[in-house]
Design a protein around this ligand. Structure first.
Ligand SMILES: [Zn+2]
Length: 270
């Protein structure tokens, strides 16, 4: 259990589990002791941010070389969605229908807020944002809007939509490859939550190309070497674009940072 400058750890467990507790509770010294968010109203801002940063720290220090964030870390969230247990993160902790929905929301969905932000605006931006968030709000009481404003100022990308969809609703993300015909690719937004889309294409000649489709309401895109395509307006369920060579395979979000609830429709192989 975490307190400012003091952590209580229950003994008698494995070294790995004690280390995990240490990393987690120590990270709370930042989230929410120095960055004193309201634990009842925004539990995802302390448990989620703590989970995110302690996973990165633990990977770095223990050299266990786990991938920072992957579908493995998203499993709890997918479990909630599959079982109809997911509730908005704006729910008061005492008012969740189930305990599992509260804990997965705060820890897992809260950390996914940051790992998906990495996908949306890029890892370098996210690192700067976390430091700037600390600099501007240490020993204060930041709110979700305070954080998202810093993210917007650093990245130059509009992000209010993301805060709204991920925190205030239970809309889910599901993008699919609807049709590949000759050199034309049609994608579909099956889920309600919109996201910018990274697409990897391998051509028959063995070369490959990476594309990014920004959402029009972002008014920008992450810094990337990917080919930037025209914006996707969120209301449109479909999006078609063309390439110059014969297509061998297409994949949506190779990074798997986007919490797509059905990845079976993310790949096309000729
Ligand atoms: Zn915690």
């Amino acid at each position: 259990m975490e307190y400012p400058m003091c952590t209580l750890i229950e003994g008698g467990e494995t070294l790995h589990s004690i280390l995990g507790t240490m990393f987690h509770e120590f990270a709370h010294e930042w989230f929410q002791f120095m960055l004193a968010t309201n634990e009842s109203e925004h539990s995802w801002m302390d448990e989620g941010f703590t989970t995110y940063i302690s996973t990165l720290a633990s990977n770095e220090i223990t050299k266990r070389n786990e991938k920072g964030f992957s579908p493995k870390n998203y499993g709890g969230y997918f479990y909630l969605v599959e079982n109809g247990l997911d509730e908005p993160l704006t729910t008061h902790p005492d008012r969740y229908n189930t305990n599992v929905a509260y804990s997965v929301a705060s820890y897992t969905k809260g950390s996914m807020f940051l790992s998906q932000l990495n996908y949306i605006i890029g890892e370098d931006n996210l690192k700067i944002i976390l430091k700037k968030y600390f600099d501007e709000f240490k020993f204060k009481h930041p709110t979700p809007n305070d954080f998202i404003r810093i993210a917007e100022k650093v990245s130059g990308i509009q992000l209010r939509w993301y805060l709204n969809e991920w925190i205030e609703t239970t809309h889910t993300i599901d993008y699919a490859i609807a049709k590949v015909e000759d050199k034309s690719i049609t994608l579909a937004r099956v889920g309600k939550m919109p996201m910018p889309i990274d697409v990897s294409i391998v051509y028959v000649d063995g070369t490959s190309e990476e594309f990014t489709i920004p959402l029009s309401m972002m008014y920008g895109h992450k810094p990337t070497n990917n080919t930037i395509l025209k914006d996707w307006a969120w209301a449109n369920p479909n999006y078609t674009f063309n390439v110059n060579k014969e297509i061998k395979s297409v994949e949506i979000d190779k990074s798997m940072l986007m919490a797509d609830i059905d990845r079976s429709n993310n790949k096309f192989e000729k």
